[in-house]
Design a protein around this ligand. Structure first.
Ligand SMILES: C[S@@+](CC[C@H](N)C(=O)[O-])C[C@H]1O[C@@H](n2cnc3c(N)ncnc32)[C@H](O)[C@@H]1O
Length: 206
């Protein structure tokens, strides 16, 4: 948990301006070093989300794990509507305050393993999912999230999952092979690819 000064900084829009300026520097430094794994910079993730939204024509972003809402901040003008789910009450409250003037951004507080299945009941169109709500490699609701997604009547969602490096069977994570088998069994017609630490699940590209 950040110090009071760190908290105040993350509450402020200055935090996002700073991250925006730092992102290309971080990106070019990473490229200069030969794009080392396993963790690519945030800018790569931001661009992957925008690329899939464009390619599949998806106007709604659903994120699990808001954190300090920087992904919401950078995507806010790229989507018609954004839903983001955060377990930590302070982070959820902070995100709500930041986007209070934007009725198309919805911050939901709670465990996304519980909240996402409820949200899905109201979803009637294909969406882009950014599954990133976890406590590092210690705990993750990803199995519950995916079970709900794979049962959803809309079958044209694109599901991006961050931190593929953790999917080796540790703690609550399945292995990539288990996930591949689950998709073949429970989500037929979808392919799974892994690149830049992001698992990508979707129908063949249009
Ligand atoms: C890696 S950060 C998310 C980063 C953010 N999505 C981004 O792209 O910049 C993970 C966040 O997930 C939250 N989290 C952890 N477990 C969660 C759960 N079960 N449900 C929802 N959020 C959770 C943590 O509090 C933390 O803020």
């Amino acid at each position: 948990m950040p110090s009071p000064i760190g908290k105040a900084f993350r509450e402020n829009m200055l935090f996002h301006w700073y991250k925006r300026i730092a992102a290309p520097v971080e990106y070019f430094w990473w490229r200069l070093r030969g794009s080392p794994g396993p963790k690519p910079p945030h800018l790569v993730k931001q661009r992957v989300i925008q690329q899939y939204a464009r390619e599949f024509g998806l106007p709604v972003l659903i994120e699990t794990g808001t954190n300090h809402a920087h992904m919401v901040y950078v995507q806010k003008d790229h989507f018609r509507e954004i839903f983001t789910i955060e377990l930590d009450p302070w982070r959820a409250g902070s995100a709500r305050r930041k986007f209070a003037g934007r009725p198309n951004i919805h911050v939901l507080e709670g465990d996304s393993g519980e909240v996402l299945p409820k949200l899905l009941q109201a979803i009637k169109e294909p969406c882009l999912f950014w599954l990133d709500g976890h406590d590092f490699d210690i705990s993750t609701p990803v199995k519950k999230e995916l079970a709900a997604l794979f049962q959803h009547p809309v079958k044209d969602h694109v599901v991006l999952i961050d931190d593929a490096q953790y999917f080796d069977g540790r703690s609550q994570y399945p292995t990539l092979e288990q996930l591949r088998e689950q998709i073949a069994r429970d989500y037929p017609g979808h392919i799974m690819e892994v690149k830049d630490d992001i698992i990508r699940i979707h129908k063949p590209k249009p």
